[in-house]
Design a binder for this molecule. Structure first.
Ligand SMILES: NC(=O)c1ccc[n+]([C@@H]2O[C@H](COP(=O)([O-])OP(=O)(O)OC[C@H]3O[C@@H](n4cnc5c(N)ncnc54)[C@H](OP(=O)(O)O)[C@@H]3O)[C@@H](O)[C@H]2O)c1
Length: 288
């Protein structure tokens, strides 16, 4: 199987390089060897590699910066996935793409289902929604995996930031009114490998959009507390108090959904792939 991987050096892409290597030949691309804004080169690359599967882990993920770089965000998150879908269709390749809980406005109050109404609050969410819709409108066979609060220990993430703050500050102030599913990038990569292991017929039969994230949900405050508790190098910590704060205490350029937890039961039932509890995944990630 020839797997063309975009976003290969991101949190998820790095894990995908490992997880997918037993499954096929991976052709990894990232901004260092191919800027996705150069669409001519992107098309040429796809034609040269002639993949069976395109896995798109690339994205413009700077949520706040997107507010002032809308054109870039819409290109990388909207136009490029549309191009992937078009080329995948021409080649008969399968497309695996990732999207975000930020397509929702966070007002539902219980975990979101795949068919719930979208209403992104910021440019990042809007641009990701354009990408979803373009893939859905095209002819390619695809899986869109909507996920949330992705972290890894290898790149800057909420987990690495909390560990850093805990070593510098005695008191941490963390928002308690943002709630979603913390998702280890490795979980998502392993799930992607399991999906490909099920074979193309299965993926084609069950193509569509699914929610895939850490099992269960938490506030950022609960998540931070767990990170600090599971830190294997606790002796390095300076923190002795973690206090709840509100999103409104930390004004940011982009508005974020408050309750954007994803209900992942459709994915688990359809593919018979259980998703680990977010706390269990975090425990493994912390003991790396
Ligand atoms: N991170 C989250 O909390 C989160 C939550 C929900 C959904 N998701 C989705 O999950 C997927 C994976 O996210 P992630 O956390 O792994 O993101 P990430 O770490 O930011 O990785 C994205 C990769 O895409 C690359 N990229 C951006 N613009 C590019 C361009 N013009 N040309 C080539 N490469 C470009 C980035 O390169 P640079 O690093 O050099 O910019 C980076 O390597 C994305 O679809 C994202 O929208 C993420």
């Amino acid at each position: 199987m020839r797997i063309l991987l975009f976003g290969a050096m991101g949190q998820l892409g790095t894990e995908l390089q490992q997880a997918l290597s037993p499954i096929g030949d991976i052709f990894p691309f990232d901004i260092h060897n191919l800027n996705l804004e150069n669409t001519v080169e992107v098309r040429e690359t796809i034609h040269t590699v002639r993949p069976n599967v395109i896995v798109n882990a690339s994205a413009y993920t700077a949520v706040d910066q997107a507010e002032s770089e809308a054109e870039k965000a819409f290109t990388v998150n909207g136009a490029i996935p549309a191009l992937f879908a078009e080329e995948a269709s021409k080649l008969g390749a399968f497309l695996i793409h990732y999207s975000t809980d930020y397509v929702f406005d966070g007002t539902k109050g219980v975990p979101y289902l795949e068919g719930d109404e979208t209403n992104p609050l910021g440019i990042y969410g809007k641009s990701k929604l354009v990408g979803e819709e373009a893939i859905q409108a095209g002819d390619a066979k695809y899986l869109i995996l909507r996920t949330s609060w992705v972290y890894s220990r290898n790149r800057s993430s909420f987990v690495t930031k909390v560990l850093e703050w805990a070593r510098k500050q005695e008191v941490l102030s963390i928002v308690s009114d943002q709630v979603s599913n913390p998702t280890w990038a490795r979980t998502l990569a392993n799930v992607t490998a399991e999906l490909l292991g099920k074979g193309m017929d299965c993926l084609r039969e069950h193509r569509g959009l699914y929610h895939v994230a850490g099992n269960g949900y938490a506030s950022r405050l609960d998540w931070a507390k767990k990170i600090i508790e599971l830190d294997p190098n606790k002796h390095e910590q300076k923190v002795n108090e973690i206090v709840p704060a509100l999103t409104s205490d930390f004004p940011t350029p982009a508005q974020r959904p408050l309750f954007s937890a994803l209900d992942c039961s459709l994915f688990q039932a359809t593919f018979d792939i259980p998703l680990p509890k977010w706390e269990d995944a975090l425990k493994l990630a912390m003991n790396e």
